[in-house]
Design a protein around this ligand. Sequence first.
Ligand SMILES: [Zn+2]
Length: 296
Amino acid sequence: MPDRPRRPSRRTNSSRGGAARPLPGHALHAPEVIEHGARKSEAQHRRDLCAAGRWMQERGFISATEGNLSVRLDAQRILTTPTGVGKCWMQPGDLVMVDLHGRTIGGNNAPSSEMAMHLTFYLRRPDVNAICHAHPPTATGYAAAGIALDKALLSEIVLTLGAIPLAPYATPGTAEVPEALAPLIEHYDAILLANHGVVTCGPDLLTALYYMENAEHCARVSLVTEVLGRKRLLTRAEVEKVLAARPRHGLPPATPGIPRPLAADSSGAVDERVSLTREELAGLIEDAVRSDRHRR
Ligand SMILES: [Zn+2]
């Protein structure tokens, strides 16, 4: 079962009192540390958002000036990435402070173009303190193909995210985006945005980043099963057993109202696609033409 995001159990001499868990990176510079938790100084939140931006760009989850991040500082203030700035170059002073109406209350840049999307999460989900939006290639490929990652394919995804649904297409940076997400926000921590990308949320920034990585990993594995031509889904009973383990992994219990991923024995889970070799397809066409001639 997963090494689920959790608070450090070992204390250190750090002034913040927690054992730091660095995000593994493949950059040449020393790995930057983002600690779990939403209660940090504003200066630490600023450093963490910059580290998170570099982390996303180093993994190819975003390119150029794409993507955006935010954290809830308190009941009134959100700290977010600026629009039009490469997240790998971002400095703590570049970040923008907004209120819950999206009005800038600090910083010299314009806030993220997807601020309305972020605010919708904060307004509807009191448990959410961080949002991560990116375009990781495989998960975004599923979003562009119109395919949700909502099947009970991987036990660890069932445990942490349940399923990753697909929100209908909405023009990026407009009010259409929160409208498209509204029916899903309360039930899911990772959502595909059709023809666009992925948004994840969490109780803190590190969890939201991990969920983004989980979503991309789930998409890669799903793609492999499609190359292999077979998906063996968990049954509904297996799904419930996995979900029952959530409290043991520090996750809130899965309430009965939360939509479950499609299981092997769920209605509608049957994969209607059929794969044929070129030869088999040619044979079927030949048979159809022959029987048509015979009928005439
Ligand atoms: Zn985007």
